[in-house]
Design a protein around this ligand. Structure first.
Ligand code: MIG
Length: 750
């Protein structure tokens, strides 16, 4: 505590204490004067149901409900209007009436006395919901059963199955450190997956305001969303898990296609303080031959935390630094914040003020609040002109050689003396009151940068906050996690909840943000994160150094994991391209492939990469053995090419990373050039992968049919060699030509 106050005094000027108190007072004053007390009128009774154009209209006393659906399993319910959300409606088809039932595409909707049910083509009830209750909040509920899977809601420090818990949807700076059960966190997405009897339904609410989600806590048979603001509009999506996420991405936006380099190992800390330190860091990697894709500059690179500035003393030679790094193949990424220092004469501030780009109070006064640059104004990113104005400043950063941007504090986070550490609820944005659109602040900051930068290249933006669909603009990391074994385990699930919310470009601070991991914990964290799209070491100011060579006797083990990751970069990249095509998340829980097996619902310490690989990282301290559960089918242990199945226990040491490849798969590996590893199977299978060559990605298809393998196009561009696994003698046909495989692995030079 005393330490924190001392730190505060060293960082900020004397007036900062008063600023924090003044802001908290001003916020409370405005909120009490201007926030309307919401009281929604009653639903009343149902008067009429009819089909009009491509919708079913259901008229209640208080509300006109519109139900629309697609041919392939999306049904939209619109009960009210409200602020415009960044969603796109899919193409709706005309429903058909059949007594009390309505056919919408391949689903059937039935109207009941207290709600609706949705049945699939075989007549099985997929979803049953209740008429909403309009009172001080708007509450919408649906039914769950014992043993059902409930997951999603964005970034959650929760178990894999979230039923039995209560959550809040309100993007929130976790105040410097969090562990399991902390709620809410930086990114909330109103997306929830419900699995019952091997079938899944997903609900997506187009609402970015404050909400509480009671997931079977008060009533174990119900999940209830209580929204404080409008709209009440939601999409119900049915189908296979793959098709559910493809359909969700049609509404919320598809993940973008990221640059290849962003998947390489990244080193960060709060903060590398000057150019010298960064050069030494890069030299440290280069001289040891450790792969390094990017280095981050945290807030101390700026001149008094002013955006788009560099401290002259410490980073006066920024252009030379980035040039030095470029020659060594390393990118530099800078932290960016939404706050614009209130300082007359500071051009960014003057321009923003002059052109009305800042968020205001309802009476028209600009809303100022203290954060790193002390009193600051905040761009209204919900406005397209403001977005373009702010994002055009990134050109300066690019001209200094900065390749990527790290969006922090964009919940937005504000320093307060008491109360909520964000903007006043009554503040005004172009699309609504802050309380109605709060969860979109970071999303629109990311969109600003993305829209601008993507005109010239594939951008890299790493963001702390966001909303559903954020992967079309930015990557997300799980923020200020504590350094502990339980958080290491938790973090895997936090990432999977994001996947199950359709957010696919994710990662964490490897080693945890606050604390200094033992070498063992650090190595296990590197291993557990092996396939996270973002692979970045980052930590707090007070933490011990985390460069690979800071781990003494364990330096080699640390470097081995980083090299192992590096070998998988082409494959993870390929999965990311597939995800940008399909909308299906890269990382998945095991139940994805065996949704009707209750055992798979309980596996919470393994994850899948696409549908061909599983990692079962060791996440227990001092472990000497690891229990592994695999979904049905035959899997290759990647370390010895043995076929394994079902459940078994494996001996492990500190270097063990259990990884399994499904038979009938193709895996790309980097090894001084790209190798294509083929794992033939007993059944026919088809795989698609992508190989990056600069700005293009070559699409390659492989068909496995026993010992007969067909690759198209036959000469795969950019591949150094093909490596066959699992052949013990016998002949193999590759594109019709016989190949003698001999024993084990062979290497085919093309
Ligand atoms: O108020 O920029 O989550 O990664 O190092 C803390 C300093 C601000 C929070 C981020 C963290 C970053 C830190 N930031």
């Amino acid at each position: 505590m005393l330490d924190d106050i001392k730190g505060f005094m060293n960082t900020f000027s004397e007036t900062m204490f008063m600023d924090v108190i003044n802001y908290s007072l001003t916020r409370d004053k405005y909120d009490s004067m201007f926030l309307p007390r919401s009281k929604y009128s009653d639903l009343g009774k149902l008067n009429e149901v009819r089909i009009q154009d491509n919708a079913i209209l259901v008229r209640f006393d208080g509300y006109d409900l519109r139900i629309q659906g697609t041919a392939d399993g999306i049904i939209k319910f619109t009960w009210t209007d409200g602020p415009v959300m960044p969603v796109a409606d899919p193409e709706f088809v005309k429903p058909a009436q059949d007594g009390q039932m309505y056919r919408i595409g391949n689903n059937t909707l039935s109207l009941e006395s207290d709600g609706f049910s949705i049945m699939d083509g075989s007549g099985i009830t997929m979803h049953r919901e209740f008429f909403p209750v309009f009172a001080e909040t708007i509450t919408h509920s649906f039914e769950i059963h014992p043993g059902d899977m409930v997951a999603g809601l964005g970034e959650r420090a929760a178990p894999l199955n979230i039923s039995g818990h209560v959550f809040r949807l309100w993007n929130h700076d976790a105040n410097g450190s969090y562990g399991p059960d902390s709620d809410p966190l930086y990114l909330n997405a109103p997306v929830i997956l419900h699995g019952h009897a091997g079938k899944f339904t997903l609900l997506f609410y187009a609402n970015a305001g404050d909400a509480t989600v009671d997931a079977g806590y008060s009533n174990e048979r119900r999940v209830s969303f209580s929204f404080r603001s409008k709209p009440l509009a939601y999409y119900i999506i049915t189908g296979s898990l793959d098709s559910i996420y493809e359909k969700l991405s049609r509404i919320t936006g598809k993940p973008y296609r990221p640059p290849y380099w962003a998947f390489e190992f990244q080193q960060s800390r709060y903060s590398y303080m000057n150019s010298r330190e960064v050069r030494d860091l890069v030299d440290g990697f280069v001289s040891r031959g450790i792969p390094l894709g990017a280095v981050y500059l945290d807030i101390d690179y700026m001149d008094r935390f002013k955006m788009f500035t560099f401290d002259n003393q410490r980073f006066g030679d920024i252009g030379q630094l980035t040039e030095y790094m470029r020659e060594r193949g390393v990118k530099l990424i800078t932290i960016m914040e939404p706050s614009v220092k209130m300082e007359p004469g500071f051009e960014l501030y003057d321009e923003g003020l002059r052109n009305g780009h800042f968020v205001r109070y309802p009476d028209g006064n600009v809303m100022y609040a203290p954060v790193w640059p002390e009193m600051a104004a905040f761009p209204d990113f919900t406005d397209a002109n403001t977005r373009e104005w702010y994002a055009s400043k990134y050109d300066f950063m690019r001209s200094m050689g900065i390749s990527g941007f790290w969006h922090d504090m964009n919940e937005p986070a504000i320093f307060v003396a008491w109360g909520d550490n964000t903007m006043p609820r009554s503040a005004v944005h172009s699309i609504g009151r802050h309380e109605e659109v709060h969860n979109l602040y970071g999303y629109y900051m990311d969109k600003a940068a993305y829209d601008h930068l993507s005109r010239i290249e594939r951008p890299f933006i790493l963001s702390r906050s966001g909303w559903a669909g954020i992967s079309q603009y930015a990557w997300i990391w799980t923020g200020d996690t504590e350094t502990s074994w339980k958080e290491l385990k938790q973090n895997i699930l936090t990432i999977l909840h994001m996947s199950l919310s359709g957010i696919t470009l994710t990662g964490c601070d490897i080693g945890g943000f606050t604390g200094s991991p033992t070498p063992e914990l650090f190595i296990r964290w590197l291993q557990a994160s092996l396939f996270f799209p973002l692979y970045r070491v980052h930590s707090d100011k007070k933490s011990k150094r985390r460069e690979p060579w800071a781990f003494g006797d364990h330096e080699k083990e640390v470097i081995d994991v980083i090299r192992l990751r590096h070998s998988f970069v082409p494959h993870i990249y390929s999965e990311a391209v597939s995800s940008s095509e399909s909308g299906v998340p890269i990382l998945r829980p095991l139940f994805w492939v065996e949704p009707d097996n209750p055992v798979m619902m309980t596996v919470d310490d393994e994850y899948m990469i696409g549908d061909s690989m599983i990692i079962a990282p060791v996440v227990e301290e001092h472990a000497v053995a690891r229990k592994i559960t695999l979904p049905k089918g035959r899997w290759y242990n990647i370390n010895d090419d043995r076929i394994v199945e079902g459940s078994f226990t494996m001996d492990v040491d500190l270097g063990t990373v259990p990884i399994f490849v499904r038979e009938g798969s193709a895996i790309l590996r980097e090894n001084n050039g790209i190798e294509l590893h083929l794992y033939p199977g007993s059944q026919m299978s088809r795989r698609v992968f992508y190989i990056n060559n600069g700005n293009d990605d070559a699409r390659v298809e492989i068909e496995f049919d026993g010992g007969n393998i067909a690759i198209s196009p036959p000469k795969v561009p950019g591949i150094k060699s093909i490596i066959m696994h699992g052949f013990s003698g016998g002949d193999l046909l590759l594109n019709g030509e016989t190949i003698k495989t001999g024993d084990g692995v062979i290497n085919l030079m093309l």
